[in-house]
Design a protein around this ligand. Structure first.
Ligand code: FAD
Length: 287
């Protein structure tokens, strides 16, 4: 499925890329929702998809199974976290992903699970250690995380950019952002990164508003700032459907502004729900 395909190359093509993130479901209802979403969203012929991977054991087998399944039908980026992981465990998984024809690895640290004060024991400290391991052990294309509003543990955006440059120097060829709502934050990240010699494409991640409360919860969890005007409008919405309309309108404008600002593509965090993703892709002419 992915022979000769390069995400970094696709991102330099004239047309912006369209890609989707899925996550491993936790129960049968979630599995149905994922199945339906994959079926519906494949009709948009995405350039690639990605599948999240729970740090430190949560639902990892399910993630691997979905990566293997999707790799048969579309270029698939497997997220991979290294916190608490062993070199052998990572190498075994990479070999499995090579056999499955996975397109690329998104090399991440992951977060400490609740209840851990210290970094759990493992062979890796930072995501850059995983980038190095994947590049040394395989020929996979490697992507990394980027943070328009800086990583919550970082002192500054400048520190994040220094680390992004280090990951590029270690072999990363594209970056994907955390959830954010402000095109200026993305533009500042990209221009600051370019000024420091980061040349790899940085794909913005966007979450459409299928359910406003859910998006606000995800924003809180990831530390994304919700613009006060949007927050106010959502809080004044007469019901859930009205809040969804306000949120979807915001998402469409955000995507249009990101493309106008030069974003090489749009990665949609689908939350395994296809309705809002289809609506966003069609309204913003991504499909
Ligand atoms: P790192 O690059 O290791 O950075 C973590 C912190 O350490 C940062 O503050 C950084 O500034 C600092 N740091 C990094 N390297 C150094 C160094 N050499 N010296 C000193 N400080 C350093 N999590 C999951 O569990 N599963 C997923 O599937 C997943 N998918 C994601 C997808 C995207 C697009 C994004 C943006 C995030 C995703 N995450 C996922 C969350 C991610 O794991 C967390 O944000 C995590 O806290 C940081 O990951 P990282 O790869 O940026 O880590």
């Amino acid at each position: 499925m992915t022979e000769g395909f390069s995400i970094a190359k696709a991102l330099t093509a004239a047309a912006p890329t369209l890609s989707f993130e899925f996550f491993p479901p936790k129960d049968e209802a979630g599995a149905n929702s994922l199945r339906n979403s994959i079926e519906e969203l494949m009709t948009l012929s995405p350039d690639f998809v990605s599948v999240t991977y729970g740090a430190m054991g949560s639902n990892q087998d399910s993630s691997v199974a979905i990566v293997e399944q999707l790799s048969k039908i579309v270029a698939t980026v497997a997220h991979l976290t290294c916190i608490g992981a062993s070199t052998t465990g990572i190498q075994n998984l990479l070999m499995r992903y090579q056999s499955a024809g996975v397109a690329a690895i998104l090399a991440l640290r992951g977060d400490k699970p609740k209840g851990y004060d210290e970094q759990p024991a493992g062979d890796f400290t930072y995501a850059s250690d995983l980038v190095r391991q994947v590049k040394q052990f395989t020929s996979f294309e490697v992507g990394v995380a980027a943070f328009p509003e800086k990583h919550p543990e970082s002192h500054s955006l400048a520190d994040d950019i220094r680390i992004l440059k280090m990951k590029q120097d270690t072999g990363a060829s594209f970056a994907m952002t955390q959830l954010f709502f402000d095109v200026e934050a993305y533009s500042l990240l990209v221009s600051s990164a370019r000024a420091e010699g980061v040349t790899i494409p940085i794909i913005p991640g966007v979450m459409p508003f299928e359910n406003a409360r859910q998006v606000l919860r995800m924003a809180q969890m990831s530390g994304a700032t919700v613009p006060p005007e949007l927050d106010l409008k959502l809080s004044q919405a007469s019901n859930e459907e009205a809040a969804r309309t306000i949120g979807m309108d915001f998402s469409v404008h955000l995507v249009q502004d990101l493309l106008a600002a030069g974003a090489p593509g749009i990665h949609i965090f689908t939350l395994n729900q296809h309705r809002a993703t289809l609506e966003l892709a069609n309204s913003a002419n991504l499909a």
